[in-house]
Design a protein around this ligand. Structure first.
Ligand SMILES: [Fe+2]
Length: 233
């Protein structure tokens, strides 16, 4: 894939308009916040508003880091301390924060949440976790295991199967080669205002309103990734 294509794919996914002649990803990326409908009553209005504000803040931080990286000198990089290193660490932290929040807001708050047994989502979760119930139990366990972070179900391109994993903050314990399909925010800011310390009750309520239509499209994408990899073996 050409560098130009990669740059445009990244920009598309961040809602950034690309201009004719864009051929490099060295220039700073400018991400735009997306709008999400969150009709759930399992979270208070105040909590939802605060969460969307936090998401906007991550976008602003990502844009700032991206712009500063344009002027940072890779030649002066150092593993003990350097501006370049600090910016590269903050780049991934904020980039993950933006994508994880977008994936989360898009896959929760479905008041008509329903999964059917003939859906790809259901069949793949049954195949790789033994049963849908076992996936749920494992996902809940991950929610309780995270030290302020995320629970994700994702497709691992190396094992060619779906796994649940725990992320601390936005960028600790992120496995390589995994495409996320179900994303749950378990930072305290996501639930404390409404559930105090009870992350389990919050996660159960959010899981009851998962948007399986959105999730099904992600499983379909993961399937395409899987078959493309098999074709190239
Ligand atoms: Fe969050």
């Amino acid at each position: 894939m050409k560098k130009k294509d990669v740059a445009n794919i990244i920009k598309d996914s961040l809602g950034i308009e690309h201009q004719k002649g864009d051929e490099t990803i060295a220039e700073s990326l400018v991400a735009q916040p997306k709008q999400f409908r969150l009709p759930t009553e399992e979270l208070s209005k105040k909590n939802k508003r605060n969460h969307v504000d936090l998401y906007d803040g991550y976008i602003k931080s990502f844009n700032k880091v991206s712009a500063e990286l344009d002027g940072a000198s890779p030649e002066a990089s150092n593993s003990n301390h350097s501006n370049f290193r600090s910016l590269k660490i903050d780049e991934v932290y904020n980039l993950n924060a933006v994508y994880l929040h977008e994936l989360y807001f898009a896959n929760i708050s479905d008041l008509n949440s329903e999964i059917t047994m003939d859906s790809l989502s259901f069949m793949r979760l049954e195949r790789d976790f033994g049963s849908f119930d076992e996936w749920q139990m494992d996902f809940l366990g991950c929610a309780q295991a995270s030290r302020c972070g995320w629970v994700v179900t994702g497709y691992n391109v190396f094992t060619q199967s779906y796994m649940n994993y725990v992320i601390d903050l936005h960028s600790l314990n992120v496995p390589i080669g995994v495409f996320p399909v179900i994303v749950m925010d378990v930072w305290q800011h996501a639930y404390y205002a409404d559930y105090l310390r009870d992350v389990k009750a919050y996660t159960i309520n959010m899981m009851r309103q998962l948007n399986w239509s959105v999730i099904e499209r992600r499983f379909e994408k993961a399937e395409k990734i899987s078959s493309a990899l098999r074709e190239n073996q």
